[in-house]
Design a protein around this ligand. Structure first.
Ligand code: GN1
Ligand code: MG
Length: 364
């Protein structure tokens, strides 16, 4: 058994493990994640995660959201006679004192959950079939949570996808200009502001209730789905932001990464291009699950939601850049600026594709 500060932390969870090795895992922008390898080789491995409590200011509330939703999904899986339930929904381990986290001496919150073995995380889908299945999985996830009362969950990050509030933060970052980066980037600022009236329409729709509030994932990047080796979807992961939101956020955020032939931080913006085939497969897969509960208005707005999420993400990356890179982990100086430019370019590409995207949704 390895002895380290991390194994000391793990011993505070209500489970006895023979730890072989603990090492950093994955590439999230917010939390720190470790794989906890155990012996014997066939024993279940675990993931240890330090939650970023500067971003998630109410970790107990967030963990309550996660446990409420995973228990709800688990019950449905069991009731429907599903096999291998522990591979289809995340399982969190409580601490020995009955909390869903362990707090260390420095005030950090740690969580422990079952590692789902023999699965793949995909960073960039190329096969339409995979996109279809990913979309079904996200649509199914929303459906599974449709009968969970929204008031049982808190807003993990208040106003997370609220375009009016994000725009406000962006304007504040511009007027504060904390890192002295405004003057060099007037064109980006203009491109974002030029679209603000159209884009904030989504939030106004939620505020005046022409768009319904549902329980949504809110971070449907493609790397938040686990696939098995036969390309079947297993499980939706990264549940930190599961909370009340719009179904449009989930559709749009998935296309933000999936519909783009280049990564979200592609430095060469000439490589940013729309993947129509993948978009079509995704729209068909999503609607195969979600058509039963979406309103006609929501369905009409699916293509718009992709532009919205690219706009919002451009603004979030750029706000962080202007603030001096305090939110997202960055790999090099200027990373947030590169990300912003890539998102703005992708937004323009989506605008060029608007008619194509609308026709595909109408025919799906
Ligand atoms: C963050 O940590 P990660 O990569 O799952 C962010 C998402 C952004 C994403 C951009 C809590 O997600 O909202 O879309 O980076 N999560 C949070 O890549 O802010
Ligand atoms: Mg993630």
């Amino acid at each position: 058994m390895e002895s380290s500060p991390l194994s000391g932390l793990i011993s505070k969870f209500d489970i006895n493990l023979n730890i072989e090795e603990i090492y950093p895992f994955g590439n999230g922008h917010i939390n720190d994640t470790y794989l906890v390898k155990t012996t014997p080789a066939e024993a279940t491995d675990y993931m240890l995660q330090r939650k970023n409590h500067k971003i998630f200011k109410n970790v107990p509330g967030m963990m309550n959201n996660i446990v409420t939703t995973t228990n709800h999904i688990r019950k449905q899986l069991v009731a429907s006679g599903a096999t291998e339930v522990e591979r289809k929904v995340m399982t969190y381990i409580a601490s020995r004192d009955g909390q869903m986290f362990v707090k260390d001496d420095a005030g950090n919150f740690w969580t422990l959950f079952v590692f789902i073995a023999d699965c793949l995380v995909v960073e960039n889908i190329q096969k339409p079939e995979q996109a279809f299945r990913a979309a079904q999985a996200f649509g199914h996830f929303q459906k599974q949570l449709a009968d969970l009362p929204g008031d049982s969950l808190i807003e993990t990050i208040p106003n997370f996808h609220n375009g009016l509030s994000r725009l406000n933060d962006f304007n504040t970052a511009i007027s504060t200009d904390a890192a002295g980066r405004v003057s060099d980037n007037q064109l980006i600022i203009k491109k974002i502001l030029d679209r603000s009236v159209e884009m904030t329409g989504l939030q106004r729709g939620l505020d005046n209730k022409t768009l319904p509030l549902r329980i949504t994932h809110n971070d449907t990047k493609i790397n938040n789905i686990l696939f098995d080796k036969d390309n079947n979807t297993l499980c939706i992961i990264d549940l930190d932001t599961v909370m009340p939101g719009s179904a449009l956020y989930d559709f749009g955020d998935a296309i933000r990464t999936l519909g783009n032939r280049a990564p979200e931080d592609e430095p060469d913006i000439t490589k940013i291009a729309f993947n129509e085939e993948i978009y079509k497969a995704f729209a068909q897969g999503y609607l195969s699950e979600a058509r039963t509960f979406l309103s006609p208005n929501e369905i009409d707005l699916l293509p718009f939601s992709c532009r919205y999420m690219a706009w919002e993400q451009a603004m979030r990356f750029f706000t962080d850049y202007l603030n001096g890179d305090t939110y997202y982990k960055t790999d090099y100086p200027g990373h947030n600026l590169v990300r912003t430019k890539a998102q703005v370019r992708y937004l323009e590409v989506l605008e060029e594709q608007q008619d194509v995207m609308e026709t595909i949704v109408k025919n799906s």
